[in-house]
Design a protein around this ligand. Structure first.
Ligand code: GLA
Length: 393
């Protein structure tokens, strides 16, 4: 499969045309997550990696206190004062949300010009929003010499998503975008924020994303509901065992005793999270030992949980996972990210990719009426200053 590279000359040219100066350039990638879904906001574990699809920003200071933005993807300009930042339910939220957080925390940000672009698919579950937030916070940190650490930038980007986009997301996406490392997955403990890089050596196997092209409007409201359901389960257990802080501390036994008698639906939601945390830990061991077969089986189990217990999948993604379930060339597959559409992630033997994509695309169209897009992703570095580079990235 062809790999298209992003040409940073495009964003440079637009910046020069619009603002007439030379910008600072930052790239911040999207992410995949191999296993550990909906565990981050429950203080559990995740196993993401940054990919070769990214958001790009070009920025330079202005003399006044205004912000001038241009999105190449939306072909749209927006200007406002630093004193008048508010959410607009559009792409500007991911830029202005970050500025707003910096100002709230007392960082000295002045006016700036910014052009935003990228080759990361929006709404496909690859965390385009986190990529934009991380690129903006990294660029402003450099431009105004704010002295923020990478971890502080991650937390600030996450807070921007909460306040301007209204999604009470966990920390995984922003973390993976910022801390990604070429060729490695990151095992992150979302409680302590300790992490370690695990080489993603999968001899002859590639990561194939299948984009369902379903973008459900339910995603953010249902996401916040799931989070509340998990918190509800924890609060019931806490009445009996006060030291319990999150689902991270909970066992299946506790759920059966204190949650099941109260509400079967909340029990089901919490059970998925508790099981997923256990599954992730042994999946990391599989990866370290190079046992991709066993890792892949766990991905299918995760999908079952997300679809039947956590109920964040959708008909089209279930179809994609079921289609490859008994294919010996596909070691593992599952829905990825928040859910209700987006991509499935598949571990596929390299030689089988082209014929698989051909067949599944045809059948998917017949079954759903939708076009399927397929991407083989490479694992790349996290957020970085690319001002000194030119040409295709
Ligand atoms: C979205 C959120 C993440 C995480 C995933 C589900 O991508 O932004 O924080 O909760 O969903 O694992």
């Amino acid at each position: 499969m062809e790999l298209n590279k992003y040409d940073i000359e495009l964003i440079k040219e637009d910046f020069r045309r619009l603002f007439g100066t030379k910008p600072l350039l930052v790239r911040s990638p999207g992410r995949i997550n191999i296993i550990g879904e909906h565990t981050d906001y429950n203080e559990g574990f995740v196993l993401p990696a940054a990919i070769d699809k990214a958001a790009y920003v070009a920025v330079a200071k202005r003399e006044d206190n205004n912000i001038h933005l241009y999105s190449r993807s939306f072909r749209e300009e927006y200007a406002c004062s630093l004193m008048a930042l508010f959410p607009r339910k559009t792409w500007t939220d991911y830029v202005l949300g970050v500025v707003d957080q910096l100002l709230i925390k007392g960082y000295g940000v002045g006016g700036f010009n910014l052009v935003l672009d990228g080759d990361i698919i929006i709404g496909a579950g690859l965390s385009s929003s986190a990529a934009v937030e991380c690129s903006v916070v990294y660029a402003l940190n450099t431009l105004f010499e704010l002295g923020l650490s990478k971890m502080e930038m991650v937390k600030l980007a996450q807070a921007a998503e909460h306040s301007f986009a209204g999604v009470k997301c966990g920390i995984m996406d922003q973390f993976a975008s910022m801390f990604g490392k070429k060729g490695y997955a990151i095992q992150l403990d979302c409680r302590s924020l300790e992490y370690n890089y695990i080489p993603l050596h999968m001899e002859g196997i590639s990561v194939l994303l299948l984009n369902s092209n379903v973008s459900h409007s339910l995603a953010s409201s249902e996401y916040n509901t799931r989070r509340e359901q998990c918190e509800q389960g924890v609060s019931w257990i806490k009445k009996f065992i006060p030291e319990i802080v999150s689902l991270r501390d909970v066992t299946l036994n506790m759920l059966e005793r204190y949650v099941l008698p109260k509400d079967a639906l909340i029990y089901k939601r919490c059970r998925y999270v508790v099981e997923e945390n256990v599954r992730l830990q042994s999946a990391c061991d599989d990866l370290k030992q190079g046992d991709i077969q066993s890792l892949g089986k766990k991905m299918f189990l995760t999908h079952n949980g997300l679809s039947k217990e956590y109920e964040v999948s959708c008909r089209e993604i279930d179809w994609l996972v079921d289609y490859v379930r008994n294919n010996p060339e596909v070691l593992g597959a599952r829905m990825m990210g928040g859910g209700f559409g987006g991509c499935s992630i598949n571990l596929v033997k390299e030689k089988a990719i082209d014929p698989l994509v051909e067949h599944i695309s045809k059948q998917y169209k017949e079954a759903t009426g939708l076009t399927l897009d397929a991407y083989v992703v490479q694992i790349e570095n996290g957020t970085e200053n690319i001002s000194f580079k030119s040409g295709k990235q």
